[in-house]
Design a protein around this ligand. Structure first.
Ligand code: ZN
Length: 300
């Protein structure tokens, strides 16, 4: 059997990381002309799904990676100035599509979700956080520091809606600052110099993907069948990294650093070329959404 990526990292990890189970879901979508998200794309608007993941860990139980949209997003954007968010990003969302509702239909009680890894603090990734009363939140502290003081228009400019975070968000946070750093040997061809071992057992590796948002992270994990790289918004579609087509420069207006974005995007392209067997899942890829999420709770 071919050695999986995470096993190849074993010298750095010391022991074989436990395998997790993975389910991918879509909670709501928005519409933008294709050319915004893909260089050379068409004028017609395309549907951009908001995906998130539910990971089942043999010891830690249910862990989410982001949440997609939730009803609270619609409430939080019902008045000005927050309404501007929805005017610029027309969102389609039905309450039964929320992360909590979809998990319930899958037989998972939202109260049993123990951890939520947050890729970054844009509203389409954190809108469902309040539906998980017992979850602890894991994220790169750089991502939170960049938005925590923002309100009104300055928050909107960062696609951040403070009221989406639970009141006790900070006391329920376990930031990645305390997670062990794993140096990734360059001879493996791994385009990221290091990763953070989220749970300390090698099962979930967080890598830095800054640019789209400050402190954005992606997650590497392996199930019994495949290795996955959940790359959040560092690439907006599978075509983007396959065909090396970044978003239109206009999309850069929402990015805190275009040069960091280019570097993170370049690393994803390199990662794909180096490890073509790894399934890379951009949060907003329609192709990945239709391929992996229509089964609603299908184990991957
Ligand atoms: Zn997003």
């Amino acid at each position: 059997m071919k050695l999986e990526l995470l096993d190849r990292l074993m010298p750095a990890l010391e022991k074989r990381p436990p395998r997790v189970k993975l389910r991918l879901f879509t909670s709501g979508s928005c519409r933008h002309p294709e050319w915004v998200t893909l260089r050379g794309g068409g004028l017609r608007p395309v549907t951009i799904p908001a995906m998130w993941a539910c990971i089942e860990h043999p010891s830690y139980g249910w862990i989410l990676f982001d949440t997609g949209y939730a009803a609270r997003f619609l409430e939080a954007t019902s008045r000005l100035p927050e309404k501007l968010y929805r005017m610029m990003t027309p969102v389609q969302f039905l309450s039964e599509e929320s992360a909590a509702e979809q998990l319930r239909r899958t037989g998972i009680d939202p109260a049993q979700v123990g951890k939520i890894v947050i890729s970054h603090f844009h509203a389409d990734h954190v809108a469902g956080l309040r539906d998980f009363p017992n979850a602890r939140f894991i994220y790169n502290p750089v991502a939170y520091e960049a938005v925590r003081e923002l309100t009104g228009l300055s928050a909107l400019r960062r696609a951040f809606l403070p009221e989406l975070l639970p009141e006790d968000f900070e006391s329920r946070s376990d930031t990645l600052a305390s997670a062990p750093v794993i140096t990734l040997p360059p001879e493996l061809g791994f385009p990221f110099p290091s990763a953070r071992d989220v749970l300390g057992d090698g099962s979930l590796l967080a890598v830095d993907l800054p640019g789209h948002a400050d402190g954005q992270i992606g997650l590497l994990l392996a199930t019994e069948l495949h290795t996955y790289f959940l790359c959040a918004d560092a690439a907006w579609s599978s075509r983007a990294y396959r065909e090396a087509r970044p978003p239109h420069p206009l999309a850069g207006v929402i990015m805190p650093s275009r040069s960091d974005y280019r570097e993170s995007f370049g690393r994803i392209i390199q990662f794909h070329r180096q490890f073509p067997e790894v399934r890379i899942i951009p949060s907003h890829c329609a192709e990945a959404s239709s391929r992996w999420t229509p089964g609603r709770g299908t184990l991957l």
